[in-house]
Design a protein around this ligand. Sequence first.
Ligand code: G3I
Length: 471
Amino acid sequence: MRTNAMNRFGVRKRALLAGALGVLTAAATLVAPSPATAAENTLGAAAAQSGRYFGTAIASGRLNDSAYTTIASREFNMVTAENEMKIDATEPQRGQFNFSSGDRVYNWAVQNGKRVRGHTLAWHSQQPGWMQSLSGGSLRQAMIDHINGVMAHYKGKIAQWDVVNEAFADGNSGGRRDSNLQRTGNDWIEVAFRTARAADPSAKLCYNDYNIENWSWAKTQGVYAMVRDFKQRGVPIDCVGFQSHFNSGSPYNSNFRTTLQSFAALGVDVAITELDIQGATASTYASVTNDCLAVSRCLGITVWGVRDTDSWRSEQTPLLFDGNGSKKAAYTSVLNALNGTSSPPTGSGETIKGVGSGRCLDVPNAGTADGTQIQLWDCHGGTNQQWTATSAGELRVYGDKCLDAAGTGNGARVQIYSCWGGDNQKWRLNSDGSIVGVQSGLCLDAAGTGNGAQIQLYSCWNGSNQLWSRA
Ligand code: G3I
C-alpha cells in the first residue's frame, strides 16, 4: 500500500508537467467563446447587454460610507431611494415639501451615471401624521396634491415612478387592502395614475406590490385583474413592479416567469423592484434573474440594498454582498445569468469531507482566481467549502467555478477554474465515497491529512485519503 508521502513526492515532476499541460489545455479551450467567461464583470454592465438595468436601493444615510458607495457605484446603474422619496420624507407638513434627502440620493445617482426609480407616491404606510389623520375628500385631495408636488420637483428626471404601492390585501381575498386611502373610494388608484400622468408624462408609471410573484396566489390574480381593467379602460399604467421579497413564508416559485409573462401580455412592462432572498440562495437568485431575462418586457432588476448589513432584513443575509462588501455566491450566479452563461445547479451546496482526514475540500483563502489549487481544511461550511453537484457532472463552487483537473496523470493538481463544460471538470460521485475524474479515470486524492494538504488526482486504490462524504 502506498503512503501519502509517496503519493506526493514520488510523482512531483510529472505532476507539475501534467498540471502545466492541463492549464494549457484549459486555456486553449477558452480561446473559443467560452460559455462561462463573464462577458461583463459588473451587474449593471451585464444587464445592459440585453437593454436592462440592474439597480439597488440606496439609503442617504450611508452615502458617506465609502465601502458602500464604492460597491454601489461600480455595480449598479439604477437607483431607488429606500425611504427618502416616500410621503413622510417629502411632505412632512401638509403643503410643505422637503426634498433634501431625496435629492441627496437623486444627485448621487445621477452624478454616478445612474438612472432613478421613484418610490413611492401613494401608500398606506409611511404617511406623515397629518395625512394619517385625514379621510374622505380631504385625504383624496391631499393625495393628489402630494403626487403633483413630488412629481413636479422631479419632472423629467425619473425613469419609473411607483405611483401606488401595496394596495392589495394579503391572503385569499384577492381584494384591496383596507386603508385610509382605500376608504376614500375604490377609484383612488386610477385617480393617482391619471394625476401622475398629467404631472410628468415622461415617467413610466408603475403599480408596485409584494406577494404578487406567485401566479397561483389570490393577491397576484387581484392585481392582474386590476391591471387588465386599467388597460381596457385606458387608465394610464405603464408597468408593474414585483417587489420580490422572497423568504420562507413567501418563497420563490418557478411560476414567477408565468406571472411576469402574463402581466406583460396585458401590455405593461414589468420590473423586479425590491429583490431580496432569505439566505441568498445562489440558484434562486439565478432563477429570478433568468425569469426577468426570459420576458422581453422585463425592464430590469433592483435589489433592496447593497450589503447584507444594509438590508431591512439583515438577519436573513438576503443580498448579494456580505457585510464586508465581498461578493457572495449569489452575486456570481446573477452575473453569470445576466451574461447568459449560467447553468443552474441542481443541488444545494454541500461540504465534501475526507474520510481519512475529517477535513473538507477548501479553496485556500476563499480565492476565486482560476488555477487556485484545492486543499484540505477544517470544515466550516463557508462559501469556499460549498460544492454543488450539477446535472452535467460538475462540482461547482461560488456558482461559476468548477473543480478542475489540471492534467490527467497521477499527481495532477486539482484546482478551481471557470466552468466551461470540459471533461476535466466532470466527476463521478461513486457510492463507495470515491470521486473519479471523468477525463482521467483517476481519483480525487488528498496528499496528506492536515490543514493545507493539497488535492490531486491519483490512481484509485480505495484508501481513506480518496474517500469522501458529502453533507
Ligand atoms: O431614520 C430613523 C432613525 O432616525 C430612528 O432612530 C429609527 C428608529 O426606529 O428609525 C429610522 O427610520 C427607519 C427607516 O427605515 C430608516 O432606517 C424606520 O423606523 C423604519 O420603519 C424604516 O423602514 C423602512 C420600511 O420600508 C418602512 O416601511 C425600510 O428602511 C425600507 O427598506 C422599507 O422598504 C419597503 C418598501 O418601501 C416597500 N416594500 C417593502 C419594503 C420593505 O419593508
